[in-house]
Design a protein around this ligand. Structure first.
Ligand SMILES: *Cc1c(COP(=O)(O)O)cnc(C)c1O
Length: 374
């Protein structure tokens, strides 16, 4: 079925094919070439990461994080249950035990005040997910991590160009991962980035990235031959992907501004309905900025949400829900410790995402809101 207003439409800046043509004419199409370096330098300079490595997806970047944490079987990782599969999958693949945390009442981010109760002698890592690009309470999370000697890996998949108390997300934990999947603000089709803030991880990250070889050091002239020195995989994207991404990064300010205008319009038009108690709107804590990754609202129950999605569908508009709680997923439910995670289940049943993409018009937002109201 096709919709008059789809849920998402990938935005092209118009420069993508030009840069891909340039990459092709440079004659080097494998990874770690000109465009990869340009994208990495841009992210490092704009946000202050010690090192940034492009990856073929955020899932890959998270898998690199899990490898860098050097976990032993049975080590525990605290992860919100209300998140995309990859957040947990990356750590499950290295044999870790995932301990799922509940969300906050005010927004779907993990509740920092509930973390300490989950810490055991086996806990090694906390993985905050900045849902909708809205920051988790990072000072509190870093304080808990310091106290218990834990690593913090930020799943910043949705959080490009978003800030916590003036600090860029992805810049606060020891490691972080971004996504450039076509549903995110800045896209490469499939793509991601690993960001390193603790310099002790840089050398090994470069090796994991290049199939367990010290190729990066070789190309910098630091060693006179390269070979197999560790585990790893082919985590780096081709120059075709990086050239596409460069066109997007270059236009980031314009993309963000347009998305924010659409977000603000939704908020302004839906606020009176929220004040009447029809549903709740996103609640931005004082410490967080809004990168307009997503506009969502939270209904009172599953029936009201289904009715809302149905009404929009009848009018040619696709709204979607997401994240079935990971702790009750077919794969993880038998391994979960049985704790109820009521806020997480509430978001899984009641949250609905409205269309939000660069090429959506303000008049489209007006129409969507009129239908929601009617
Ligand atoms: C999109 C997303 C991912 C996965 O990103 P990919 O680039 O598709 O691998 C991981 N975590 C969260 C929170 C996401 O939203």
């Amino acid at each position: 079925m096709s919709y008059a207003i789809p849920f998402n439409k990938p935005h092209l800046t118009g420069k993508e094919t030009e840069y891909i043509r340039e990459a092709v004419s440079l004659g080097k199409l494998s990874g770690n070439g000109e465009f990869t370096k340009r994208c990495q330098a841009f992210l490092e300079q704009r946000y202050g990461f010690k090192k940034c490595l492009l990856t073929t997806s955020c899932t890959d970047a998270l898998e690199m994080c899990a490898l860098l944490c050097d976990l032993q079987p049975g080590d525990e990782v605290i992860i919100p249950s209300y998140t995309f599969v990859s957040t947990a999958l990356a750590f499950v693949r290295v044999g870790a035990k995932v301990v799922f945390a509940d969300s906050m009442k005010r927004n779907p981010n993990l509740d920092a005040e509930k973390i300490e109760a989950l810490i055991t002698p086996r806990t090694r890592v906390i993985v905050p997910v900045h849902y909708a690009g809205v920051a988790c309470d990072m000072d509190r999370i870093m304080e808990i991590a310091d106290k218990h000697h834990l690593l913090v890996v930020e799943d910043a998949a949705q959080a490009v160009d978003a800030y916590y108390k003036g600090r860029p997300l992805g810049r606060i934990g020891h490691l972080a991962a971004f996504s450039f999947h076509e549903t995110k603000n800045i896209i490469a089709g499939e793509g991601g980035a690993l960001c390193i803030n603790d310099p002790r991880f840089i050398r090994r990250a470069e090796i994991l990235w290049e199939k367990g070889t010290n190729r990066a050091e070789f190309f910098r002239g630091e060693v006179n031959k390269y070979g197999w020195v560790d585990i790893g995989s082919s985590f780096l994207p081709s120059e075709v992907v990086s050239a596409f991404l460069w066109a997007q990064l270059e236009s980031m300010d314009g993309i963000q501004a347009k998305r924010k205008a659409l977000w603000e319009r939704y908020f302004e038009l839906l606020k009176p309905l929220a004040d009447e108690g029809r549903f709740t709107l996103p609640d931005l804590p004082d410490y967080a900025t809004n990168n307009a990754h997503m506009f969502y609202l939270v209904c009172h129950n599953l029936e009201e949400r289904s009715a809302l999605i149905g009404k929009l569908k009848e009018n040619g508009i696709l709204a979607v829900f997401h994240y079935l709680s990971l702790h009750s997923s077919p794969y993880y439910a038998p391994k979960h410790d049985g704790r109820a995670l009521p806020e997480c289940d509430r978001y899984a049943d009641c949250l609905v995402r409205l269309p939000l993409y660069y090429d959506l018009g303000l008049e489209d937002v007006d129409r969507i809101c009129a239908i929601i109201k009617g």
